[in-house]
Write a protein that binds this ligand. Structure first.
Ligand SMILES: [Zn+2]
Length: 397
């Protein structure tokens, strides 16, 4: 009898403890919910992640859940990057990875204008330096041509990718000087100015592609060092080299408008580049003067061979005169990728100065920070070519 009483007492104690635990759990759960609601407030959440996952499972702070469409061709995905700044609260910063990407075209840089300085393709070092600040403050971040081609966009969430391109291999773009017995980049060159700017703003990016004409030999990036040392230095800094033809060929001229001449001017340039820096392969061509041959010959701009040397250009760059569409767009045409020329000594319609106020946030590419995902507003979904996603996830919101 006594034992039974004890058992009942123990039973009541157990039940009481159980009820208290349940009540405590309910209180904890309700508090958690409250803080979750607080997290959904419009303050942006910035998440830096070292390893982006292949299949994106976004946790948006908005109530609508974005839809994820995996692309049909799973291929290699972007390498993890320590500096990625990824956000998934799309409603708060409106990423648009269907938007346009400006590719800027530079030619000559000098210390100061003189009376007879050419007006449209020459910029001073001081103006270039000021331009970098303007672009940085406006939210542009540099990407490489290679990443443009692959739409492998690694700029921080909320910023806009931009490509710098330099034609003709002029020394103001980049040259070497000798100091204390070693070669260094001339700080009075576009590349040198970009390096100094990146010391202050490492997130701007030290990227750009230099389109060269191998026929001018050591006059390319004229200065100290050999041509191969100059190319090596450029590449070691993360810059790229592109094909600008052997002889700066104008393809609209009848004598150049043939399969043979196109292959010669591109293949020979490739052959010489490989001689100067073994293994150097061009993957992008800038058309001199933006000149195109007959349409039936476009395929030779993309690939061909000369003297047993094969070449292949993933992008063929025009001269004018608007921002480019990304390579995942249905409108993308790799045989004629548009560029915007930098402002020269005088401003002209269609140059970068003219374009800057017109490149409004509703039309430009605004990154989510994650190179493995393509995030677009629902209404822009149809502008994306699913076949071109190559393993990236399409996310709409
Ligand atoms: Zn040129």
């Amino acid at each position: 009898m006594h034992k039974r009483k004890l058992n009942i007492k123990r039973f009541i104690t157990v039940i009481s403890v159980f009820i208290i635990v349940v009540i405590l759990l309910i209180i904890v759960f309700m508090n958690n919910n409250k803080s979750n609601i607080a997290k959904n407030s419009p303050s942006p959440t910035i998440t830096a992640t070292a390893a982006p996952s292949v299949t994106a499972t976004p946790v948006p702070s908005s109530t609508e859940s974005p839809s994820v469409t995996p692309s049909p061709i799973p291929e290699e995905t972007a390498k993890p990057d320590d500096n990625l700044v990824i956000r998934t609260d799309y409603e708060n910063f409106l990423p648009n990875e269907a938007g346009e990407i400006p590719i800027i075209m530079f030619h000559r840089f000098i210390e100061a204008y003189e009376e007879n300085t050419e007006k449209e393709y020459t910029t001073t070092f001081a103006e270039f330096e000021a331009l970098l600040q303007t672009l940085y403050d406006a939210g542009y971040r540099l990407i490489s041509m290679e990443d443009f081609i692959d739409c492998n966009i690694k700029v921080p969430a909320g910023t806009m990718p931009m490509v710098f391109s330099f034609d003709d291999g002029t020394p103001g773009q980049f040259n070497l000087i000798e100091e204390g017995g070693s070669l260094k980049v001339n700080p009075k060159s576009a590349a040198g100015i970009m390096m100094a700017f990146n010391e202050k703003h490492p997130d701007f990016g030290l990227k750009g592609i230099f389109y060269v004409n191998m026929n001018i030999g050591e006059n390319t990036f004229e200065g100290a060092g050999t041509l191969s040392e100059r190319f090596e230095m450029l590449q070691s800094l993360g810059f790229e080299l592109g094909n600008h033809t052997w002889g700066h060929v104008n393809f609209t001229k009848p004598e150049n408008n043939s399969a043979q001449r196109i292959q010669e001017s591109l293949g020979r340039n490739q052959e010489k580049a490989d001689e100067v820096l073994p293994g150097l392969r061009f993957y992008s061509l800038a058309l001199p003067y933006g000149s195109l041959p007959d349409k039936s010959l476009y395929k030779y701009l993309e690939s061909g061979s000369y003297d047993g040397i094969e070449y292949r250009n993933e992008t063929i760059m025009a001269v004018g005169a608007e921002p480019a569409v990304p390579s995942i767009s249905k409108k993308y045409n790799n045989q004629y990728v548009r560029r915007i020329r930098a402002q020269g000594r005088v401003a002209v319609n269609g140059d970068l100065t003219w374009w800057l106020p017109r490149m409004t946030s509703n039309r430009m590419f605004i990154s989510d920070g994650d190179p493995t995902t393509i995030v677009v507003p629902e209404e822009k979904k149809d502008t994306i070519d699913i076949e071109k996603l190559k393993g990236k996830s399409l996310i709409t919101y």
